[in-house]
Design a protein around this ligand. Structure first.
Ligand code: 6GU
Length: 229
């Protein structure tokens, strides 16, 4: 899978060189290219923002550098990409979104800063690819970089071969619409706290039933919204 990330803070993404995604990059499973939006400016100050038409607080990202960046990235692409703009005003990112993104050949992420990107950029991007505005949830970040990091990790780990043991992808929170069951390891007694005896019983049917009951109980308790029809 190819992933292009456009940002005014390319160094934010240095951490994509470590851990499982870093390995997937070295092995060629993931082709991640980080671009500095300012490379597509032409003035001495490499300006990417300007004051909003109609007035108001803050600055808006100018359309020209975005247009040039998207043109350059899509020009040498083999397929029509999915172009994702992180935005608190977007659809909410969920495991299903991660799953969907993980199946795409080419993702382009455009990280906005300030009060946002000139709206015409989204319209223009739709001529080059399938545009998605995506939010991590109902709170505000300073820019799209942290959100893109989360989306790249959530989607990247679902690409076959990125996570060493595919079984570890199956029994996780949200994959079956429920929260994950609690996990324990040795010792069986730690600081007066026991591991639930059923897990030591060797009865796999009883273990499975207990785990499912735990999933339902904690989902009811912590995330009742997930159980609504
Ligand atoms: Cl995707 N961007 C920003 N700036 N803030 C957010 C967000 C995204 N998701 C939640 N808050």
């Amino acid at each position: 899978m190819r992933i292009d990330i456009v940002t005014i803070f390319p160094e934010f993404f240095d951490v994509l060189e470590v851990s499982l995604l870093g390995k997937a990059r070295s092995s060629g499973l993931l082709d991640i290219r980080v671009h500095d939006l300012r490379d597509w400016t032409h003035d001495r100050h490499r300006t990417v923002d300007d004051t909003p038409y109609g007035g108001g607080a803050g600055m808006v990202m100018k359309p020209e550098p975005w247009g040039a960046a998207l043109d350059a990235i899509v020009r040498d692409a083999a397929t029509r990409p999915t172009i994702v703009f992180p935005s608190p005003a977007g659809e909410v990112f969920a495991q299903a979104t991660a799953r969907e993104f993980s199946g795409r050949d080419h993702l382009v992420f455009g990280c906005g800063r300030y009060e946002g990107i000139d709206e015409r950029v989204f319209d223009y991007a739709a001529t080059l690819g399938d545009v998605r505005l995506v939010s991590l949830g109902d709170y505000v970040l300073n820019g799209g970089e942290v959100a893109v990091m989360a989306m790249v990790e959530a989607a990247g780990r679902l690409i076959p071969g990125v996570v060493g043991n595919p079984d570890s992808l199956i029994e996780e929170s949200h994959e079956d619409g429920l929260l994950e069951y609690p996990s324990y390891t040795k010792p069986a007694l730690w600081r007066d706290r026991e591991v639930p005896p059923v897990l030591l019983s060797g009865n796999h049917g009883a273990v499975d039933a207990w785990r499912h009951e735990q999933q339902l109980a904690r989902t009811r308790e912590r995330r009742p919204d997930l159980l609504e029809p």
